[in-house]
Design a binder for this molecule. Sequence first.
Ligand code: ZN
Length: 432
Amino acid sequence: MTQLDVEDLSHPYGSKVVLTTYPNSSGVNPVTLQWGASEPQRRGPVIVARTGKGVKTRNAIGAHGGSYSVYNALAIAGGDLPPDFRPDFTNTEPTFNFKPQPAWASADKIVAMDPFGHIVTSAFQQQLQQGHDIRPTIAITRATMRVAEIAEAVKEKRLPVDGEIVISELGDVRVTKVAVEPVWYLPGVAKRFNIKESHLRRALFEHMGGSYPELITRPDLKVFLPPIGGLTVYIFGPPDRVSDPSCKLALRVHDECNGSDVFQSDICTCRPYLAFGIQEAIREAQQGGSGLCIYFRKEGRALGEVVKYLVYNARKRGGDTADKYFQRTENVAGVRDMRFQALMPDILHWLGIVKIDKMLSMSNMKYDAIVDSGIPIIERIPIPDEMIPVDSRVEIDAKINAGYFTTGTVRTTEELAEVAGRGWEQWEDVAH
Ligand SMILES: [Zn+2]
């Protein structure tokens, strides 16, 4: 088949395909969206759906759900979901009402999420009744979690059972969770990177296969919902303490590493540091303060698992020493990191955090991003040495040499050549 069947293409949308729109296209009249306005009604809802009148009234580019927008499209293509489906939001409202913060009304402090994304069903009731398809981009719920390392700490009496946060001898822990989808205010994102908005728009369009042509044709639309992963905040203790400057706050900002976080591969320190971060967050909450873990879906420094595994292979086959650690990633990816911590502090400002007493991270990039955004960090706490898996010494020593915070030894570049990871010799013997 070299041509698409016109009838199939039309179903269920009609024969006219709107490839893009222009500000002066007939009928185009986006619902007002004034990023940085303090009142939700004055700010206006983020409307991104193209269904129904949405193609003319939407005020944002992209689609809901981050990377899951693709599955949503597949479900519609497969006939499982009508294209005009509207959710029933009964009882979906947040389990905790976060107090509005000054940053919610700042077009500079919050540029990568919608500060009103959790209250759309109440704040934009009028627009919903008018038939606009408006969806929450933030959801707030509660859970009980049991993490093996925390259960062990409870068993060994390193963490007490207090009945409110740690609620059982088995190590069950109560947590408030906030899931956030990315919503980008393009002028603000461009400003964070010191680039022109038009430059950002062109690069996004060109390097995502020519997707979202409205990035080019609709300069009047300033908001973009990108097809990437979001973040989840795990809050231990009463959530109102997070923004209370009289309460101490412990924080772990963690970027996803599925191989370690879930499957506990020992080539990096991700899971141990995450577990340590949760432990210290719980400890702070138990002492009357507040503890948070923020989990960002930025797998493998936002390079993805395929690139990550290619780098692992290059490291193991080329002699896995700490002095060559970053070079191996740069060889495959062109850069050593794509996480762009510049957008990360938005969630801290959204939560109303004014200072961080204990930062459970050694990353200089995270530290600089947070401090530069105006939130002081009082103490930085490295992962304890005994928690560092044997094969991850290469990574941690290379990172410390490159600027990661430590209270221990900073090895010289010459010494890094002596820090070697596990080889594959015995594996190769088995395989051949
Ligand atoms: Zn890792």
